[in-house]
Design a protein around this ligand. Structure first.
Ligand code: GRF
Length: 237
C-alpha cells in the first residue's frame, strides 16, 4: 500500500512532504459521485499507483465522493462556488486551500467547474483531467448523446493536461469503446466509465514516476514529445 502522509492539515504541510520519500502527492477535485476518485483510491491502496492522495476537494459539500475519501482516511474540503461573486475568486479560494497541501499534481475527476487562469497558471503543467469523448471530438457536455446522434462507430474517453481552454490541453491517453446498436446515452456512459477507471490512474502513474511531463505546451513521455495520445490496451506502458 502506498504510504499516505496527509491525514491532517498539520501533517500535510510542506515540511512534512519534503521529508517524505514515498513519492509525489496529488489533490483530487470532484463534484459528484466520484467513481474515478474511487479508482484512484483503489490504485493507490493496491500500490499500483505510487501517489499520495493528500486531499479531496469538492465544490459541492454533499458530493458522494467526499464520503468515499473520508472512509479511506484522506482529508476532505469543500468550497461552494455559489459563495463567490466571480469565478476567479472561487479559483483563488481553491488555490489557497490546495496550497496548504503542496500537491505535486491536481487531478480533476468530474469537477464540473470551468477553471480560470487564476487556478490553471498557478498549477501550470500539473493538472490532469478526464473527458468522456475522444477529444478533440465533443468538448463540453452531453458527449455520449452527441456520439450516438452522430452515428459514430467509436466513442471513449481522453486524459489530457489542462490549459485555460476548455477540454483542449494535450491529450495523453485515450480509451475507445464501440457504440452498440440501440445504445442509450446512459448505457454508453457506463461502458466509457469503466475505461476511464483504467486509463486515468495509468496516466497519473506515468506522471508520478516521472515518465510524463508537460513542457513548452506539449506532453513528453520518456523524454520524447507525445504527438498522438497513447491508446489504452494497444500501447505498451
Ligand atoms: C466522468 O464521466 C468524467 O469523464 C467526467 O465526469 C464524470 C465523473 O464521474 N469528467 P465520476 O464522478 O468520477 O463518477
Amino acid at each position: 500500500m502506498a504510504a499516505r502522509y496527509c491525514r491532517s492539515r498539520h501533517r500535510c504541510g510542506a515540511v512534512r512532504l519534503s521529508e517524505a520519500s514515498a513519492g509525489l502527492s496529488a489533490a483530487v477535485l470532484i463534484s459528484g459521485g466520484g467513481t474515478n476518485l474511487g479508482a484512484f483510491i483503489d490504485a493507490t491502496e493496491s500500490g499500483e499507483l505510487p501517489l499520495n492522495l493528500c486531499v479531496v476537494l469538492s465544490n459541492k459539500p454533499e458530493a458522494a465522493g467526499l464520503d468515499r475519501a473520508r472512509k479511506a482516511g484522506i482529508d476532505v474540503a469543500s468550497i461552494r462556488h455559489q459563495d463567490f461573486p466571480e469565478r476567479s475568486l472561487f479559483d483563488a479560494a481553491l488555490v489557497e486551500t490546495l496550497d496548504k497541501y503542496q500537491p505535486d499534481l491536481i487531478i480533476l475527476a468530474g469537477f464540473m467547474r470551468i477553471l480560470t487562469p487564476t487556478f490553471v497558471d498557478h498549477f501550470a503543467g500539473r493538472i490532469l483531467n478526464i473527458h468522456p469523448s475522444l477529444l478533440p471530438k465533443y468538448p463540453g457536455r452531453n458527449t455520449h448523446q452527441r456520439a450516438i446522434d452522430a452515428g459514430d462507430e467509436w466513442h471513449g474517453c481522453t486524459v489530457h493536461f489542462v490549459t485555460t481552454e476548455l477540454d483542449s490541453g494535450t491529450a495523453i491517453i485515450q480509451g475507445r469503446v464501440p457504440l452498440l446498436p440501440d445504445d442509450t446515452a446512459d448505457e454508453l456512459a457506463a461502458r466509457v466509465l469503466q475505461v476511464e477507471h483504467r486509463i486515468y490512474p495509468q496516466a497519473a502513474a506515468l506522471f508520478a514516476t516521472g515518465r510524463l511531463e508537460y513542457r513548452d505546451g506539449c506532453a513528453w513521455l520518456d523524454g520524447k514529445k507525445l504527438h498522438e495520445p497513447l491508446q489504452f490496451a494497444t500501447d505498451a506502458l
